[in-house]
Design a protein around this ligand. Structure first.
Ligand code: UDP
Length: 449
């Protein structure tokens, strides 16, 4: 049996799509071992029973980035310790009669390819972000887009004209050390042309032109998404019951949603990493409670402390939870709108379940995704910020009402239905992504002949 090790970056938004991809490979008869860092593994609440789990070290086994104190220190140490401990793991598996044929690794870890090549095994890079965003970073790596940005309007092949507000946050100075993160995302392309395959969590119909262009540069590039659990998407896998790999306990929201009318609830979530300031959280709280709409708001424990003291976390009108099974929530018929930070997984999930979005990007690739959501795909509307970069409660309320109640909202919803159908088709038996996965799996089976 072909044995693949998968190595995502240890963050929810990276583990989820690569894990879903692995389940499809498993269904085709590939054996999977999921590898994560010791620090991330310690907090896993919900490791999938169907997939073997192993660990490597990032050099901070007790707390990852938090223990390191900042990204720079974390990455430097991880890049030293990671390759060594991955090689030790591959040796261990080899010795125990369980040799690895292929490593599928997060594009944030270009060093994995050298380790894989050292063992003479197939190296497959997995891009969790979409090709439009990757193309921006690739142009920086190629020296064709300079940082800091000199022009106001950025023109890149097969992308819409991009203004500063549409560019990834790593191009601009903030309180986070962005130069390290820019190096990380640009570094993805340092040896990508040497990878045996390049997989991307997007689908052909969604980014046709930029995908055709990418395939010309890297002939082994394939779009294989949306990587979403099959129990929600198309029931393509039997026995697909695990929600995913998560560091958070899932709260019980379904019951609360069950007695709400169809499409009457706005779901609000900013993903697994965004840290909003107190003023922003207050504005969101007042915006939501002033609107006429029911709301379900995911606010991680660290964020919840920023809520106004008089804000009710559980009422007939609204429910605040620390974490939920987002896919199950988005699939619930009571949900009519998704206020999102535009993380790429959340975007694909909303699209696959046909929920129109209010785009409120926070950092990283999210502004570029928002541009795609609002101006290219027209499946959402974007909030505006004031001079303090705060989305005011009134603005949020208007955006939600526009999606839920206006003619424009109806148009957005109907565009969303079209994209939902295209996403479903891409992963159906004859769909573009499924064909690409089949081609890859065949290449793995051919290794053993
Ligand atoms: N997610 C979840 N429950 C939540 C919030 C998020 O299951 O309460 C999942 C969501 O479905 C998505 C991932 O966490 O798969 C977040 O990834 P995304 O790229 O949207 O954002 P990130 O967390 O990387 O900023």
């Amino acid at each position: 049996m072909v044995h693949c090790v998968i190595l995502p970056y240890p963050a929810q938004g990276h583990i989820n799509p690569i894990h879903q991809f692995s389940k499809l490979l498993q269904r085709e008869g590939v054996r999977i071992t999921l590898v994560t860092t010791l620090s991330y593994c310690k907090n896993l609440q919900n490791a999938p029973a169907s997939i073997a789990l192993e660990t490597i070290s990032d050099g901070f086994d007790n707390g990852g980035v938090a223990e390191a104190g900042n990204w720079k220190v974390y990455m430097e140490r991880f890049w030293q310790v990671g390759p060594k401990t991955l090689a030790e793991l591959l040796e261990k598996l080899d010795r125990s009669g369980d040799p690895v044929d292929c490593v599928i690794y997060d594009s944030f870890f270009p060093w994995v390819l050298e380790v894989a090549k050292g063992f003479g095994i197939v190296g497959v890079v997995f891009l969790t972000q979409n090709m439009s965003v990757n193309s921006i970073y690739y142009h920086v790596q190629q020296g064709k887009l300079r940082v800091p940005l000199t022009e106001n309007e950025i023109s890149l092949p097969f992308l819409p004209k991009l203004h500063h507000k549409d560019m990834p946050s790593f191009f601009f100075p903030t309180d986070v050390d962005n130069s390290v993160l820019l190096d990380l995302v640009v570094g993805q392309f340092s040896n990508i042309d040497k990878a045996d395959w390049i997989m991307c969590n997007s689908f052909y119909e969604l980014e046709k032109e930029v995908t055709d262009w990418t395939e010309m540069i890297w002939p082994k590039f394939r779009a294989i998404g949306p990587c979403i659990t099959s129990m929600i998407l198309n029931k393509g896998l039997t026995d697909d019951e695990d929600d995913g790999v998560t560091q958070f306990k899932s709260e019980e929201c379904m019951k609360w949603l069950d007695d709400k009318p169809k499409q009457s609830v706005v779901y609000v979530s900013f993903g697994s990493m965004a840290i909003l300031n107190e003023e922003q959280i207050k504005e969101l709280a007042y915006g939501l409670s002033d609107s006429e709409i029911y709301f379900l708001w995911v606010l991680r424990a660290s964020e919840e402390t920023k809520l106004p003291k008089d804000f009710e976390k559980k009422s007939e009108k609204g429910l605040v939870v620390g974490w939920c099974s987002q896919l199950k929530v988005l699939a619930h018929e009571a949900i009519g709108c998704f206020v999102t930070h535009c993380g790429w997984n959340s975007t694909l999930e909303a699209m696959s379940l046909g929920v129109p979005m209010v785009a409120m990007p926070y950092w990283s690739d999210q502004s570029t995704n928002a541009k795609q959501i609002v101006d290219v795909l027209k499946i959402g509307i974007r909030t505006t910020v004031d001079e303090k970069k705060i989305v005011r409660g009134e603005v949020l309320k208007c955006c939600i009402m526009e999606i839920m109640k206006s003619e424009r909202g109806k148009e957005v919803k109907s565009n969303m239905e079209r994209w939902k159908a295209l996403a479903a088709r891409a992963v159906s038996e004859e769909g573009s992504s499924r064909k690409n996965i089949a081609e890859f799996v065949n290449s793995l089976f051919n290794l053993q002949q």
